[in-house]
Write a protein that binds this ligand. Structure first.
Ligand code: ADP
Ligand code: MG
Length: 141
């Protein structure tokens, strides 16, 4: 388990960009943390670290944004509205699991029973009283 503390979004993004160098084909990242925790910010850093130049936006309305052209393809999911197995299937989640890309999943709490055994859990939470401080815990269970 790794715990880091960041003081602003830039630090979160920079950490994520470095962390991206450790990622392997087929890795699954499951974020735990509510609205504004920093999940999309972290994913922006992952994309940067993978050498993806496209801007990473929240996949809230699309459910899935795909970023190609980096060291690994990045599949950025938002499971906020995915509340049953059928809607999970329709996102293509199980097909992407078989791919050689990296999955980064916001609101993974909603699909926790379907996450693979080697999932990397990244928890983001407020850290103390400063609005811009975050505690980030990385757990490869
Ligand atoms: P989520 O995807 O979890 O809803 P976002 O990454 O979209 O979160 O938004 C996080 C918000 O919190 C942004 O407005 C960002 O500027 C702000 N923020 C403040 N401090 C941090 C920090 N240390 N790390 C990440 N985001 C932070
Ligand atoms: Mg988000």
């Amino acid at each position: 388990m790794t715990v880091i503390h960041t003081s602003n979004p830039r630090e979160t993004q920079e950490f994520a960009a470095k962390f991206a160098s450790e990622l392997n084909p087929g890795d699954v990242i499951a974020y735990i943390g509510g609205l504004g925790a920093g999940k999309t910010t972290f994913t922006r850093g992952l994309a940067q670290g993978l050498g993806i130049e496209e801007h990473v936006a929240s996949p809230t309305f699309a459910l899935l944004n795909e970023y190609r052209g980096g060291r690994l393809n990045l599949y950025h999911f938002d499971m906020y509205r995915v509340l049953d197995f059928e809607s999970l299937c329709s996102t293509g989640f199980f097909d992407y699991l078989e791919s050689d890309g990296v999955l980064a999943i916001e609101w993974s709490e909603n699909i926790k029973d379907e996450l693979p055994e080697n999932t990397i859990y990244i928890t983001l939470e407020r850290d103390g009283s400063e609005e811009s401080h975050r505690k980030i815990t990385i757990d490869r269970r």
